[in-house]
Design a protein. Structure first.
Lengths: 779, 241
C-alpha cells in the first residue's frame, strides 16, 4: 500500500490492493474445484505454495516498476497503454495473495475439525503481521520491505518441508531464496507518477533530495532546488524577491515549504497574501495554528507579534525533522519562546484544550490548481460543522477564526466552506451571519474570517484598506457594495458572489439542491469535505466540459466506484459462476453464500467504521488503525479459539449472531457520545476504554466463521474452500462499499449495514440448519 | 533507337514514376489527412466556440500540432483534449491555446515572452502572428527538443532558452504580452515588471487534464488587475421546482 501510495496516490493503492485481495476468492474457487487432489497432496503442495508466495512477494514490486509495465494514474483516461499496464499490475499483486490464500484455505480444508484453533492463529497472525509491517516502516525504506516480509512465507515453507521433498519443492525453494536474496541486495527503485508534486519538482535545476525518512506516516523527503519557491497567492503589489526554500514531500506529495525565521515587524511573502487578513483588525495576543505543517502560518503569527502561539501538528515525524535535522533551516523555530508545539490530531486537541485564543488559523485546504478530486475520500475532521463549532468555543470574545482556500472553477471549495460556516453560526443562534463573516479574495485564493462578535465600522474600514493596499477584493463584508467585489480581480460574471449571498441567507439549502457540485456541509458522520461529486449532475458536467474531463473532476471518488465494480465483477466470475458447475442444491448453495458473505461484509464494515470513530479519539489515524485492527483481530481470534473449547458457543450460532447485532445497534447510537465524553482521559485509560468497547462485539464476531465451517464439515465438507473464497471476496468488496456508504450516508449507516449483514448471516444459518434437520428427519 | 529500346526506356520511366508515387504518396496523403483534421479542429473546436481573431484562427490552421506531440499520440493530436508530453507536462487542449492567443490580442509588431515552452506548440502559434517570441523552459530535455522542433519547422522568430522562468528575460524586456503556461501558486514579480504598460499576461490554472481557467493580467498606468475566465461558461443546472 505504501509503495503504491508513493508511486501513485493512495486511492490507486487501495484499488490495486483491493483487487489483489481477490486472490482469496480465486483461491477458494481453485480449492473448491481441485479440493481432493490438493488435500491428498497437502504435504507437498503447502510448502510449494509458501515458496512461490515468497518469491512473488519479493519480485512483485520490481516487476511492477519495470518501464514496460509501470502505469500512470493520470494517463489511465488518456493514454493507450496505461489501462493495460494497470491490468498487469493487478495481476502482479494478485499472485502472492492468491498463493497465500490457497495455502491458508487448503489448511482450513484439510484440518477443518480444528478450525477454531486455526482461525485463531490466522487472525492473530494477521494482526501481528500488520504491526510488524508498521514496525518495519520505522526502520527500512519502503522499497526494501516487501523482500523482508517475503522471508516469512519462505521460512514457513522450510518449516513445512516433509522428509522427502519432491523436485518441485526443491525448485521452488531455490527460486524463492534467489528472489528474496536478490531483492534484499538490490531493492527496486520506486518511480513515482510524473504528475506527482515530487516528480515535477525533480525537473527543477540542481534538484536534490537532502533527507529521507520512512515511517508509517509516510515516506518523507526534504528537497531543495534554487528554483523552488513558495508564495501562495502572492499579491501583485509585492516587488521584492521570492526566496528559494527547501520543501518537504510525503509519499511524493507536497507537504510545505520550510519558512525562514522571520524577525518581528519584518514583512514576509505571507504578509502579502490574503492569510494576513486577521492581523489587520487588531493586535493578536494568542493564536492557535492547527495542522501547522512546515510552519508558515506559525512564522507569520510570530512575526506579527503574537505573544503566545500554540501550534498543533499530527505528524510526529515532521515535527521531529523540524526540531532536529531541519532546525537550522527554519531558524530553530520550534525553540521560539512564544511557541508551544503539540503533537496531536488537531480536532482531538480542540476537544481537549481548555484555553481560549484571539486567533485560530485552520490549514489551507486543497492545492493551487486543484488535485482533480484526489482528496475526495479523505476524511477531513477539521472541516466539519462540528469542528467549526469546536473552534468557535475556543475563541475569546473578540477572537477570529481564519481559513483560506484556493479558488477553483467552477467554485466548490469556497462555497462549501461558507456553507459550513453559515450552518455552524445558525446552530449557535446567530441570526445575521453577515455581521460575523468577512472574506477577502485575491487572484487565486480566498480567506474567510469569522468573528465572535459583529464587525464594527473601524474593522470594516481596516479590511477595505488592507484590500486596497494589496490589490485584493472584499468578497463578503457586512455592508459590501457590488462594485468593490471585483475591482482588482474580476471574475467572468457575478454568479460566484450571488452564491455567496445565497449561502448566507435562509435559502441556502435550496442551493445545495440545485448546484451541480455537492456543497452541503460536511459533518462528523460524513467528514468528506473534498467530495463534490453529484451523480445526478454528471451529464450536465460532461456536456459543459467534455466526457474526458469528467474523471479529473472527482477522480478519487470515481476510483472507489471503479474498485467496487471491478471487485464485484471479479467476485461474480470467481464465486457465482463456479456455483453453477458444482453439484448440490442451489438453495443450499445460496444459504452458504449468504452466510459467509454476510460475515465478510459485516466484519469489514465494523472495522472501518470503528477506525474512523477512533481516529478522533486517539488523535492519530495510525494509532487508531493499529489499535482497532489489532484489538479486533485478537478479540475475534480469542472468540474463535473459545468456540473450539466451549461447545455452547458454536452450537448456538443464532444467539451469538443476535448478540453481535444487538451490540452493533447499541454502538451505532451510543459510541460517539461515549467517546466524546471520555476523550480527555489519559492515553492508557483511553486504550482500556477502546478495549472495553471493541472486545465484546469482536469476540463474538470471531465465532460465526468457524461455526459455519464446522457446519459444513458435518454436512458438506466439499463446500469449505468455496465458503472461504466467498468470505474473502466479500471482505474485498466491502472495503470499497463501506467507503461509498460512508461518503453517501455516513458512518452510522455503515454500522447499521454491518448489523444488517450479520442479520443476513443469521437468517441464512438458520435456514441451512433447518434444511439439514429436515433432511435428517426425512432420512 | 529501335522499338525494343524505346519500349525499355518507357518501362524504365514508368517504373521510376511508380516508385516515386509509392514512396511519396503515403506521406502526402498523411499530410493531407492531418491538414483536414486541423481544419476540422479549427472549425468545430475553436471558431464555433467563439474565437474570432483571424490571425489566431489562421495560426491554428498553419501549425502542424501533430508534430508537437509524442509520435505515438499523433493520431490524437487534433482531438479536443490536452495530451501528455512527458516530464509531468501536457500540451494544452487546442481551444485553450487559441483562447490564450486571442486573449493577448496578438499583433505583427509585438514581442512576446512565453514561460514554459513545453512542446513548443504555443510558441509556434504565437510565432505565426507576432514579430518575435522569447520562450523559456526549465526542463532541459523539453527545452532542447522544442528548440530543435521549432527550427525544423522553420520558425526563425522564436528564441528558446533553458532557464528558470522566474526571472523572465530581462535583457529583452519589456514585452507586449507574456504567456505563462507553467503556472505556479504565485506570479513572479519580475514578470510583472517586464510586462509593458498596456500589456497583457495570460496564465492557465488547473490540475493536469482538467479544464483550465485562464487568468488575464493587465497592466495599465502602473496598476495591475486580473480577470479570471472559465473558457467553458459554467452555468449550474437549474432544476424546475
Amino acid at each position: 500500500m505504501q509503495i503504491l501510495a508513493i508511486t501513485q496516490w493512495h486511492h490507486f493503492a487501495y484499488m490495486i490492493i483491493s483487487l489483489a485481495l481477490l486472490g482469496f476468492g480465486a483461491a477458494g474457487t481453485g480449492l473448491a474445484l481441485f479440493r481432493t487432489a490438493l488435500t491428498n497432496r497437502y504435504d507437498q503442495v503447502f510448502p510449494v505454495l509458501m515458496f512461490l508466495c515468497g518469491a512473488a512477494m519479493a519480485a512483485g514490486t520490481g516487476i511492477s516498476q519495470h518501464s514496460a509495465i509501470r502505469f500512470d494514474s493520470y494517463l489511465l483516461f488518456t493514454g493507450a497503454f496505461h489501462p493495460g499496464r494497470l491490468m498487469l499490475t493487478y495481476g502482479i499483486f494478485f499472485i502472492p495473495f492468491c498463493l497465500a490464500a490457497l495455502a491458508i484455505g487448503l489448511t482450513f480444508t484439510k484440518y477443518s475439525r480444528r478450525i477454531g484453533v486455526l482461525y485463531f492463529w490466522n487472525l492473530v497472525g494477521s494482526g501481528a503481521g500488520g504491526l510488524l509491517a508498521l514496525g518495519l516502516m520505522w526502520v527500512f525504506p519502503p522499497r526494501e520491505i516487501p523482500a523482508i516480509l517475503a522471508l516469512i512465507p519462505v521460512f514457513s515453507g522450510f518449516l513445512a518441508i516433509p522428509r522427502k521433498p519432491g523436485a518441485m519443492m526443491l525448485l521452488t525453494a531455490t527460486l524463492s531464496l534467489i528472489c528474496v536474496t536478490a531483492t534484499i541486495l538490490r531493492p527496486p527503485a520506486l518511480v513515482p507518477s510524473e504528475y506527482k508534486g515530487l516528480s515535477r519538482a525533480m525537473q527543477l535545476p540542481e534538484a536534490q533530495t537532502t533527507l529521507e525518512k520512512n515511517s508509517p506516516y509516510g515516506f518523507m523527503l526534504v528537497f531543495s532546488s534554487p528554483a523552488l519557491r513558495y508564495a501562495p497567492g502572492l499579491s501583485l503589489t509585492y516587488t521584492d524577491a521570492v526566496p528559494a526554500r527547501k520543501a518537504v514531500f510525503n509519499n511524493g506529495d507536497w507537504v510545505g515549504s520550510l519558512p525562514a525565521r522571520q524577525q518581528q515587524d519584518a514583512p514576509s511573502v505571507m504578509d502579502f497574501s490574503t492569510a494576513a487578513l486577521p492581523y489587520t483588525l487588531e493586535q493578536r495576543h494568542t493564536a492557535l495554528v492547527l495542522n501547522m505543517s512546515t510552519g508558515m502560518h506559525v512564522v507569520q503569527a510570530i512575526s506579527q507579534g503574537v505573544e503566545r502561539v500554540t501550534a498543533v501538528e499530527p505528524n510526529p515525524v515532521l515535527l521531529s525533522l523540524l526540531a532536529e535535522e531541519l532546525a537550522g533551516d527554519v531558524g530553530r523555530l520550534l525553540k521560539h519562546p512564544a511557541l508551544t508545539v503539540i503533537n496531536s490530531d488537531s480536532r482531538t486537541w480542540l476537544l481537549t484544550d481548555p484555553l481560549l485564543y484571539d486567533l485560530i488559523v485552520l490549514p489551507t485546504i486543497d492545492t493551487f490548481g486543484g488535485t482533480a478530486g484526489l482528496n475526495a475520500i479523505q476524511e477531513h475532521y477539521l472541516f466539519t460543522k462540528e469542528a467549526f463549532g469546536n473552534v468557535w468555543r475556543r475563541l475569546t470574545p473578540r477572537g477570529v477564526l481564519s481559513l483560506t482556500c484556493w479558488m477553483d472553477y467552477p467554485p466548490r471549495h469556497a462555497l462549501k466552506m461558507l456553507a459550513t460556516l453559515a450552518d455552524m453560526l445558525a446552530e449557535r443562534g446567530i441570526e445575521n451571519p453577515r455581521n460575523h463573516i468577512a472574506a477577502v479574495r485575491s487572484w487565486g485564493a480566498i480567506t474567510f474570517m469569522v468573528k465572535k462578535t459583529p464587525f464594527h465600522p473601524e474593522e470594516i474600514s481596516n479590511i477595505r484598506a488592507f484590500c486596497r493596499r494589496l490589490n485584493f477584493d472584499p468578497a463578503l463584508l457586512p455592508n459590501i457594495q457590488a462594485a468593490e467585489r471585483a475591482f482588482f480581480n474580476a471574475l467572468q460574471d457575478d454568479l460566484f458572489f450571488n452564491h455567496l449571498d445565497q449561502l448566507l441567507s435562509p435559502e441556502r439549502t435550496s442551493l445545495y439542491a440545485t448546484y451541480d457540485f455537492n456543497i452541503r456541509p460536511a459533518t462528523d458522520d460524513r467528514p468528506y469535505f473534498a467530495q463534490f461529486l453529484r451523480w445526478k449532475s454528471l451529464p450536465n458536467i460532461a456536456e459543459h466540459f467534455g466526457n474526458r474531463t469528467v474523471p479529473f473532476f472527482e477522480i478519487g471518488y470515481l476510483v472507489v466506484f471503479l474498485t467496487l465494480l471491478q471487485a464485484a465483477l471479479a467476485a461474480v466470475l470467481l464465486i457465482i459462476v463456479p456455483l453453477f458447475h458444482k453439484p448440490g442444491q442451489r438453495r443450499v448453495k445460496a444459504q452458504i453464500f449468504f452466510y459467509f458473505s454476510g460475515i465478510g461484509i459485516g466484519y469489514i464494515f465494523v472495522e472501518m467504521a470503528m477506525i474512523q470513530r477512533f481516529v478522533l479519539y486517539f488523535g492519530n489515524p495510525l494509532h487508531a488503525a493499529a489499535a482497532v485492527i489489532s484489538m479486533m483481530l485478537m478479540a475475534s481470534g480469542m472468540g474463535s479459539y473459545a468456540s473450539a473449547r466451549i461447545k455452547a458457543l458454536w452450537t448456538k450460532p443464532s444467539a451469538i449472531l443476535a448478540g453481535i447485532i444487538l451490540l452493533l445497534l447499541l454502538e451505532s447510537v451510543f459510541l460517539t457520545p461515549l467517546l466524546l465524553k471520555t476523550i480527555g482521559m489519559p492515553p492508557v485509560s483511553k486504550i482500556l476504554m477502546a478495549l472495553l468497547i471493541l472486545f465484546p462485539a469482536a469476540f463474538l464476531m470471531g465465532i460465526p466463521f468457524p461455526a459455519g465451517i464446522r457446519m459444513l464439515t458435518e454436512e458438506s465438507e466439499s463446500d469449505i474452500p468455496w465458503a472461504w473464497g466467498i468470505n474473502g471476496c466479500f471482505s474485498v468488496i466491502s472495503t470499497a462499499l463501506a467507503t461509498i456508504i460512508a461518503v453517501e450516508a455516513g458512518f452510522t449507516a455503515v454500522m447499521l449495514c454491518a448489523a444488517l449483514a450479520y442479520g443476513l448471516t443469521l437468517a441464512a444459518g438458520r435456514l441451512y440448519r433447518q434444511g439439514s434437520m429436515k433432511v435428517e428427519y426425512e432420512t | 533507337m529501335g522499338m525494343a529500346q524505346e519500349e525499355a526506356a518507357m518501362n524504365k520511366r514508368w517504373s521510376l514514376i511508380s516508385i516515386f508515387i509509392l514512396l511519396f504518396t503515403p506521406s502526402a496523403l498523411a499530410d493531407d489527412a492531418y491538414q483536414t483534421r486541423r481544419e476540422a479542429m479549427v472549425r468545430t473546436q475553436i471558431a464555433e466556440r467563439g474565437i474570432r481573431d483571424k490571425a489566431t484562427l489562421q495560426a491554428m490552421r498553419a501549425v502542424p500540432r501533430h508534430l508537437f506531440v509524442p509520435p505515438h499520440l499523433a493520431g490524437s493530436a487534433y482531438e479536443d483534449q490536452p495530451l501528455p508530453i512527458g516530464y509531468g507536462q501536457t500540451i494544452s487542449q487546442p481551444y485553450i491555446v487559441a483562447f490564450m492567443t486571442e486573449l493577448i490580442r496578438p499583433k505583427a509588431t509585438q514581442k512576446v515572452l512565453e514561460i514554459g515552452s513545453g512542446s513548443g506548440y504555443q510558441a509556434a502559434v504565437l510565432a505565426e502572428i507576432v514579430k518575435q517570441v522569447y520562450t523559456i523552459e526549465i526542463v532541459p530535455e523539453l527545452g532542447n527538443a522544442s528548440r530543435e522542433r521549432l527550427q525544423k519547422q522553420g520558425y526563425r522568430n522564436v528564441q528558446v532558452r533553458v532557464a528558470d522562468g522566474y526571472d523572465g528575460w530581462p535583457e529583452q524586456a519589456p514585452f507586449d504580452a507574456i504567456v505563462v503556461t507553467a503556472a505556479a501558486d504565485y506570479i513572479p514579480p519580475p514578470l510583472i515588471t517586464q510586462l509593458k504598460d498596456g500589456g497583457r499576461m495570460v496564465i492557465p490554472v488547473g490540475a493536469p487534464f482538467l479544464v483550465q481557467t485562464l487568468m488575464l493580467v493587465e497592466k495599465d498606468k502602473g496598476k495591475v488587475k486580473t480577470t479570471s475566465l472559465l473558457p467553458v461558461r459554467f452555468v449550474p443546472f437549474r432544476r424546475s421546482p
